[in-house]
Design a protein around this ligand. Structure first.
Ligand SMILES: [Zn+2]
Length: 361
């Protein structure tokens, strides 16, 4: 459990390790190549799929990484470690690993896609009017700072605090990170069209999971949460069978927000787990998000704004942008060995629990 060699420095390295581990485990592989984007070293970008177990299994456990690009590094290491652990599967059960939902963000070490889109706000129905987020309209002018310095950042936070005081915690969370569809240079931008990563994900789920009767999907993230711990987010309604399954398989913590430090969670638009539930209407579907905790909320909000600044203002000041980037990367992909060891140890346990839960009768 202490083999940290699975943690990579580049997308290409992570992909190679994942594919090698899947091959050695005897999994079948499929890949979806991004048609027109490349990594920073010119490397091709893919959503990779490994299927361990029967291709026509009626029970499937999906574990996905890299919905938020850079957050895929630890997710990839967790997937690789599990594949290397000589996994044994229950009857009629397959484990499908989706590697790098957003490979552009993974390769470029950012949460967003090539269009500054938060993929986890992009799974909306684009044939309908886009969701409105008037609260974000209020916040955007303050968030979109031109200069990145401590005084300016303190000013932004003073504005956010005043706004939170005025509208309350829930409306603040909805405004800040619920997702917005109007400011393409903003944060938590959901886009105005499906991203390639959205289409590729849907195609992969359709092809490799579409015939299953019982499905669980676990989406791996990093971010706000206790250091060296993981938290669960489960959006199935209180009292629903899906929520009870999550509780039975992963314990009380899967549904009681243990370790979650948000006073109020936003109502998120267009999440990838919501898409899985919608795509498989005739299957019994259970979805959870797992977040490996890195930093407190304040620091992660700062990181979200740093990402925006780097992309839209950073090119004017490359030296500062490089410094901001180091801080940003550490917020989503910590280098500390104790953190990485915790990711490996904890992930193997909750993946095993998922397999047992889905594979059970
Ligand atoms: Zn995330």
């Amino acid at each position: 459990m202490t083999d940290l060699a699975g943690f990579s420095d580049s997308y290409a390295e992570a992909r190679k390790k994942f594919v090698d581990a899947a091959r050695r485990a005897g999994a079948k592989l499929a890949s979806y190549q991004h048609p027109d984007q490349r990594g920073p070293g010119g490397e091709a970008l893919y959503l990779d799929v490994s299927v361990l177990g029967p291709g026509d299994a009626s029970k499937v456990f999906i574990v996905g990484s890299g919905t938020h690009g850079i957050e895929g590094y630890p997710g990839s290491a967790a997937q690789r470690a599990w594949l290397r652990g000589r996994p044994r599967l229950p009857k009629d059960t397959a484990v499908v690993f989706l590697h790098a939902h957003n490979p552009w963000g993974f390769a470029h070490k950012t949460r967003v896609t090539e269009e500054n889109v938060d993929l986890n706000r992009n799974f909306i129905d684009f044939s309908r009017p886009l969701p409105k987020n008037r609260g974000y309209e209020d916040l955007h002018p303050a968030i979109a700072i031109r200069d990145w310095n401590e005084e300016a950042i303190a000013g932004v936070f003073a504005g956010l605090d005043a706004y939170r005081g005025k509208v309350g915690e829930k409306a603040f969370s909805d405004a800040f990170n619920g997702g917005q569809y109007t400011r393409e240079d903003g944060i938590f931008y959901g886009g105005t069209r499906p991203q390639w990563s959205n289409d590729a994900f849907r195609a992969a789920v359709e092809t490799h999971v579409g015939r299953a009767r019982k499905v669980a999907f676990m989406d791996l993230h990093t971010g706000i949460g206790p250091w060296c711990e993981h938290i669960y987010l489960c959006f199935h309604p209180e009292g629903s069978p899906a929520r009870e399954r999550a509780r039975a398989w992963w314990g009380e913590r899967a549904v009681n927000l243990q370790g979650v430090t948000h006073k109020k969670l936003a109502t998120y638009n267009g999440t990838i787990i919501g898409a899985v539930t919608e795509m498989l209407p005739s299957a019994e579907v259970t979805c959870v998000v797992v977040v490996f905790g890195t930093r407190p909320r304040h620091e992660m909000q700062r990181a979200s704004m740093a990402q925006r600044w780097m992309r839209f203002e950073g090119p004017r000041d490359p030296v500062l942008a490089a410094k901001v980037r180091r801080e940003y990367e550490a917020a989503f992909y910590p280098a500390e060995p104790e953190w990485r060891r915790a990711v490996l140890a904890q992930s193997q346990e909750f993946i095993d629990r998922g397999v047992a839960g889905v594979g059970g009768s």
